[in-house]
Design a protein around this ligand. Structure first.
Ligand code: SDX
Length: 429
């Protein structure tokens, strides 16, 4: 028997009783579905106080800085697991045993190549197209190649689409990069691990055998784990909304990619690097902090703040350590950027404004420095975020498809013109 909340609506003598639903952790929710019958809506622009669905995949506690994937803390997964193992966990709900892990990895490896016709799509883009523009196009177009398995009511079709998307995103991402620099596409090498294969396709060339540095492959794998899923964020909610209409999974993931692109969301890692490069050195930090605090200035300190985390983002802490490891391994010019980022973090976190607004570094603050140290161009940062988040998006899509769902159809508070009749041209002012 669930607890109730009583709502006294104007014009009703009796309060409306609404169920208070409790999860296994986190905030309780008021089931407001009966309000529709009372012809009244809730109003919550940006869905700050709205639970759009029930889910068992990821739990975030913004006050405590907790992030769990199927109950496992993100720092434990980042430090002990692999991205493909986290993919299995997010999709299936449990860590795989040895046989399940081997089978899953082999299945993903079976789908790493893309149809040769897809190579032609790239020729339609200018070489300097933003790679996220290319990814929006080519991922959505994948559905054109799988008419035999687009019945979303068929669990086997749903599963193979999930495998194809997880397997092909690194191949397509690397193709975006190769196309932008005029180098030939590299085919995946299925004897390599997932992240190693991606770095091979990014930086390998047909005319010589280049080994991928295992430390860099591990750092990339950790970055993918840290970006794999994050509850009902903007892009995941977009995927769920697209999926609720019955759109095919490739179209839904393409919708997620477009939502992720914004600088307030996944585009922040690219924006952080651009901001640090514009900042140049620690002497300019105060000027940028002042701009971030200025109500009349639209500028925000990229990589800071979060809709949910009002304490530290647990991913940022792991990312900072990884950044240190990679720079120790690689050294070089990124050190200055890292030093600047550390100084910026120190100054921002001791500033009254950031403390009062509870603005801490988020997952994007350090990721760009690592990616740059790995030799990845800034324009590819959000593509890598999309590659990592594909498993989160598809896991939420599968969770929705495997349960009962209705087409998403939010309503509104209408404040426009009420009824008025058409005015012929000669009667207008
Ligand atoms: C991601 O949802 C997810 O889980 C996303 C993500 C995921 O894994 O999917 O975690 C990935 O998107 C991380 C966030 C990356 N974005 C950025 O780093 C861009 C910079 N951050 C901001 O744009 C902002 O913090 C958001 C968009 C992240 C959060 O915005 P909110 O929750 O809508 O917060 P807000 O805009 O209402 O800000 C609250 C206050 C405001 O001041 P007041 O109106 O109360 O006076 O804090 C201020 C804001 O002006 N503020 C900032 C700031 N972020 C918020 N001021 C300066 N710099 C900032 N970065």
């Amino acid at each position: 028997m669930s607890d109730k909340v009583k709502l006294h609506l104007p014009g009703s003598t009796e309060p409306l009783e609404l169920d208070l639903l409790k999860g296994t952790a986190g905030q309780d929710v008021i089931n407001v579905q009966p309000l529709a019958a009372k012809n009244i809506f809730t109003f919550d622009p940006g869905f700050v106080s709205t639970a759009s669905c029930e889910s068992k995949i990821t739990y975030i506690d913004g006050e405590q800085g907790i992030l769990l994937h199927r109950g496992y803390p993100i720092d434990q997964l980042a430090n002990n697991s692999t991205y493909l193992e986290v993919c299995y966990l997010l999709m299936n709900g449990e860590l795989p045993n040895k046989a399940q892990s081997a089978e899953f990895d082999a299945t993903i490896n079976n789908h790493t190549m893309v149809h040769e016709q897809i190579r032609n799509f790239f020729n339609g883009f200018p070489r300097n197209a933003h790679p996220m523009a290319v990814m929006c196009g080519v991922v959505g177009a994948l559905s054109a190649f799988y008419h035999d398995s687009l019945d979303i009511k068929n669990p086997e079709h749903r599963e193979i689409a999930a495998f194809r998307l997880i397997a092909k995103m690194p191949t397509l991402a690397a193709m975006c990069y190769k196309y932008s620099i005029g180098q030939p596409f590299m085919y995946p090498q299925n004897n390599l691990g997932y992240s190693e294969n991606f770095l091979h396709m990014m930086f390998g060339v047909p005319c010589e055998n280049r080994e991928v540095n295992p430390i860099l492959a591990k750092a990339m794998d950790k970055i993918l784990i840290l970006h794999a899923d994050h509850e009902q964020n903007a892009s995941t909610s977009t995927v769920r909304l697209a999926g609720s209409s019955g759109a095919n999974p490739f179209a839904c993931i393409a919708a997620g990619i477009t939502a992720l692109w914004g600088p307030a969301h996944g585009g922040a890692n690219e924006a952080v690097l651009n901001m640090l490069n514009e900042m140049g050195n620690v002497k300019n930090v105060d000027k940028f902090i002042a701009r971030a605090k200025d109500k009349d200035d639209k500028f925000r300190l990229m990589g800071f703040g979060h809709r949910v985390y009002k304490n530290f983002d647990p991913r940022a802490s792991v990312m900072r350590e990884t950044c240190h490891e990679v720079l120790k391994e690689l050294g070089g010019s990124q050190d200055e950027l890292f030093e600047l980022a550390l100084k910026l973090e120190d100054i921002a976190r001791s500033d009254e404004y950031f403390i009062e607004k509870k603005l801490y570094p988020n997952v994007d603050f350090y990721s760009g420095i690592i990616l740059k140290a790995l030799g990845i161009p800034v324009s590819m940062f959000t593509v890598i975020f999309a590659m990592a988040r594909t498993v989160g998006w598809i896991s939420h899509w599968l969770e929705m498809m495997n349960g009962s769902y209705r087409i998403g159809r939010p309503r509104q508070l209408y404040t426009g013109e009420t009824h008025r009749d058409y005015v012929p041209m000669d009667k207008r002012k």
